[in-house]
Design a protein around this ligand. Structure first.
Ligand SMILES: [Zn+2]
Length: 51
């Protein structure tokens, strides 16, 4: 686990919906490996094309 990690050293992922990078947040501490979207909005909009 992170120890003495600076804010700028936090992990970053790319949002699967909007393609923007987002930084690790405390609320994701336990699910970070599963996080794929920068926000609830993006999570809902994933492939909402209808089809
Ligand atoms: Zn996003």
């Amino acid at each position: 686990m992170p120890r003495g990690v600076k804010k700028s050293d936090l992990p970053v992922k790319t949002c699967a919906t909007c393609g923007k990078p987002f930084t690790w947040r405390k609320k994701w501490a336990k699910v970070w490996e599963e996080v794929r979207y920068c926000s609830d909005r993006c999570r809902r909009e994933k492939r909402s094309q209808g089809a």
